[in-house]
Design a protein around this ligand. Sequence first.
Ligand SMILES: Cc1ncc(COP(=O)(O)OP(=O)(O)O)c(N)n1
Ligand code: TZP
Ligand code: MG
Length: 255
Amino acid sequence: MMAATAARSASTSHDHALERGMNDIDDLDDALSLDPGFADRFERDEGRPPCKLYLISPPAIDAGFAETLAAAIDAAPVVAAFQLRLKGIDEHRIAELARPLQAVCASREVAFIVNDSIGLAKRLDADGVHLGQEDGDPREARQALGPTAQIGVTCHDSRHLAMEAGEAGADYVAFGAFYETGTKPTKHRPEPSILGWWSTLFELPSVAIGGITPANAAPLIAAGADFLAVSGAVWNAPEGPAAGVRAFAALKGMG
Ligand SMILES: Cc1ncc(COP(=O)(O)OP(=O)(O)O)c(N)n1
Ligand SMILES: Cc1ncsc1CCOP(=O)(O)O
Ligand SMILES: [Mg+2]
């Protein structure tokens, strides 16, 4: 019994050492700087659909927000997804707030994505879930939500995390924050070239997020972002959210 336990613990520590070694190699991969011109050496895949908008909800939802959301989506045929991202609120309350927003999205064929919680996504029968690195495993989400669910994963500025997410069955990988943002504190700041690297090597769509505005989005679209995830620049747009969406829609490469 003791011998078996010792053998098991020896093999476990061997496995851990091996795993640590593999992680070191992957971390090294991220540490090796990416040639900013990497993607320029390859032809762009002209078959890739134009870049779309992925709206992230404002941090608080007021009574008229369903109408605001509808007007924003209707402003231009460029909104592919809406993420309900509410922090510090009880899940029952989020579920109540979600229903009318989910109906707005469903009637417009906009994917309704729940942030953070696989359980809430399941309860709402949402189109998908967005998982941060601490929010759960994409495999667990797939198991719970089924084959058609859209599962997104935050990958910060890491090629390694993105490849891991792809292997785990994610439907998109999200890189960011590309720019300063007042929406949340951020510590990772990728270069646009990570989007070019990703789209050159992989078909899985990429999402760019973090402080994106109509004025700074061009390099992200040109680099190959499949989606721009935007909160502040739409909901706080000086001439209103619909005008904010139109300003993104007018950019080259959006459609
Ligand atoms: C599309 C998209 N990308 C990244 C995030 C950030 O997710 P996470 O790292 O879990 O941080 P929080 O949003 O939970 O604060 C996202 N929500 N959506
Ligand atoms: C949720 C999130 N994750 C990284 S930056 C960010 C905030 C996105 O909002 P904004 O478009 O207002 O910067
Ligand atoms: Mg999260």
